[in-house]
Design a protein around this ligand. Structure first.
Ligand code: THU
Length: 149
């Protein structure tokens, strides 16, 4: 963890609010776990995403990938920061445990985001944990691995 801070004093407060807003559209009738993500591009635009599940389970998409794929599909491929929150369906507030990006999402993020990009995770009590993407996915497989030596 790079940093732990209070939501009130966090410069990521707006991004976290956007992630919280995004989870309202979560389609999660199987897990009953709503996830919201908000990723800020290098021009300051925020892209929101939620998890979208499927009866066949495999085709389900996480909130982080929904957000980044929305941006990439609009021609935006450079990002500055990401916030993620989770909430159990039927509960009033986000979880007490922070919701970290899954391994698949970390790999997708590594494709477009720098290793020093902050990944911001917030919880119910107003605590914010900030990680660097490169710490969440060290030794990631990237385009460099495809080059001839
Ligand atoms: N989920 C996300 O949206 N992001 C993550 O990084 C962790 C997991 C979703 C997938 C599934 O819809 C639900 O949370 C329960 O695993």
């Amino acid at each position: 963890m790079l940093k732990k801070e209070c939501l009130e004093n966090s410069s990521y407060r707006h991004l976290i609010d956007k992630a919280r807003e995004a989870l309202q559209n979560s389609y999660s009738p199987y897990s009953h776990f709503k996830v919201g993500a908000a990723i800020e591009d290098v021009n300051g635009r925020i892209w929101q995403g939620c998890n979208i599940e499927n009866a066949a389970f495999g085709p389900s998409n996480c909130a982080e990938r929904t957000a980044i794929f929305k941006a990439v599909s609009e021609g935006v491929t450079s990002f500055r920061s990401l916030a993620v929150v989770g909430q159990i369906e039927g509960e009033e507030e986000i979880t007490e445990e922070v919701t970290p990006p899954c391994g698949l999402c970390r790999q997708v993020l590594a494709e477009f985001c720098p290793p020093d990009m902050p990944v911001v995770l917030a919880n119910r009590s107003g605590q914010v944990e900030i990680y660097l993407l490169g710490d969440l996915l060290p030794l990631s497989f990237t385009e460099k691995n495809l080059e001839r030596s």
